[in-house]
Design a protein around this ligand. Structure first.
Ligand SMILES: NC(=O)c1ccc[n+]([C@@H]2O[C@H](COP(=O)([O-])OP(=O)(O)OC[C@H]3O[C@@H](n4cnc5c(N)ncnc54)[C@H](OP(=O)(O)O)[C@@H]3O)[C@@H](O)[C@H]2O)c1
Length: 367
């Protein structure tokens, strides 16, 4: 008997997209060795200005895919054209959104309502308006299409699947707390290490930028919004109706006077003027024998979500984090005082793509 064919479409071929395509090639090869497994056919790959697709729904070859996409002379398809093309496919389709595009995220309800499943590391859909969140899951429920987004929090770390398992098996999640940004992790682990004194704040930001740990304009990390988006997703999964990532307190580490400076370069030049503020915060924590860290927390019973600086004993797992790792602690009724802790790399193409590929495997098992 011929294997069931499942079509895969990939939007976004950057750091995560390229790593995902390589993992997809491996998965597809492994599945083809087993006649009872589905046959995966990649039918579309797109970037912001390029689309490579097979109008006859024939599988695109993986060999030299990035070059074929870059060299493609196809007229790029609009999002609407992509959705129409996928909805007309003669078999089930999984759309993999490896962009950070709000437009693509906004289209999920439409995609799902047309029976196309989605897997994605893109946070935008799940941390946008609560209405978009509801529309996504109601569209999926009525069409039967699946939607998975493990890598939208903590990259490939099993954060979302663990929280879902806790909730769905009837545990009571009381509190979630952690370091959700690799950039913030790196900055504070070197600015306020558990041993030694650490560097000046502006020097640590400069070092992180040079090592490629920050966005091109570090204000996009320091404003706390990325962490707020992740907290929004987890709070909603824990049952809180969080309206948006700006509907709870989020501490920005951008000095007021530098919020409106024109460029990232100017921001970096002027940041040393404000080192004393961060020095005071560090010294205040040290006086109590603690270190300062940038954390997000959700108190489920009090329905409180917040993001910002907090002090931790040097022996606390959050204080002892290394490099740019993430740590997420789930406090629940079953686990009692000793939290269930997930820790490890929370960024990087390969680990993020691993979460996306693992989601795809879950979807394949249900189609
Ligand atoms: N990198 C990580 O460590 C990490 C960790 C966790 C989650 N994530 C999430 O994973 C996603 C991808 O991250 P990344 O690091 O791979 O980003 P990236 O390197 O900037 O790649 C983004 C890709 O999306 C494409 N794209 C953007 N808008 C598009 C649109 N409207 N239509 C089609 N293609 C579009 C870009 O096209 P061009 O190539 O033409 O520019 C690019 O190929 C993001 O949502 C990010 O937040 C990343």
């Amino acid at each position: 008997m011929a294997s069931k064919e499942i079509f895969i479409a990939v939007i976004g071929a950057g750091g995560v997209g390229k790593a995902f395509l390589s993992q997809l090639e491996g998965l597809s090869k492994r599945l083809s060795a087993n006649a009872s497994s589905p046959k995966l056919s990649l039918i579309l790959v797109s970037r912001s200005t390029k689309t490579l697709y097979s109008p006859q729904y024939k599988a695109l070859p993986f060999l030299n895919l990035a070059t074929s996409l870059a060299d493609s002379t196809n007229k790029p398809l609009s999002l609407t054209e992509i959705i129409d093309f996928l909805a007309a496919a003669p078999a089930k389709v999984v759309l993999v959104d490896n962009t950070s595009s709000q437009d693509v995220a906004d289209s999920y309800p439409q995609v799902l309502s047309r029976g196309i499943s989605i897997v994605t590391p893109n946070k935008k859909a799940f941390s946008g308006s609560y209405k978009l969140w509801q529309d996504i899951f109601s569209s999926a429920a009525s069409s039967g299409a699946k939607v998975y987004h493990e890598s939208s929090v903590g990259a490939g770390l099993p954060v979302i699947s663990t929280l879902k398992d806790l909730v769905e098996t009837g545990d009571e999640v009381t509190r979630i707390e952690g370091v959700f940004s690799g950039t913030m992790s790196f900055l504070f682990n070197s600015f306020a290490p558990t041993e030694g004194s650490g560097g000046k704040w502006s020097a640590e930001v400069k070092k992180a930028k040079e090592l490629g740990y920050t966005e091109p304009d570090p204000r996009d990390d320091l404003n706390g919004l990325d962490v707020a988006r992740k907290l929004t997703i987890l709070a909603r999964l824990a049952g809180l109706q969080v309206e948006s990532p700006t509907s709870f307190p989020v501490q920005s580490l951008i000095p007021k006077a530098l919020e409106s400076v024109g460029s990232g370069e100017e921001f970096m030049q002027r940041l040393p003027e404000f080192d004393s503020e961060m020095e005071e915060t560090k010294a205040a924590a040290e006086k109590e024998g603690k270190v300062v860290r940038f954390v997000g927390s959700i108190d489920v019973a009090k329905k409180e979500v917040k993001v910002g600086l907090e002090k931790f004993d040097r022996s606390h797992p959050i204080a002892a984090l290394k490099g740019s790792d993430n740590i997420i602690s789930f406090y629940t009724k079953r686990y009692g005082a000793n939290a269930l802790i997930i820790q490890g790399a929370g960024a990087g193409g390969d680990v993020t793509a691993m979460g996306v590929t693992a989601d795809l495997i879950k979807v394949l098992g249900q189609l």
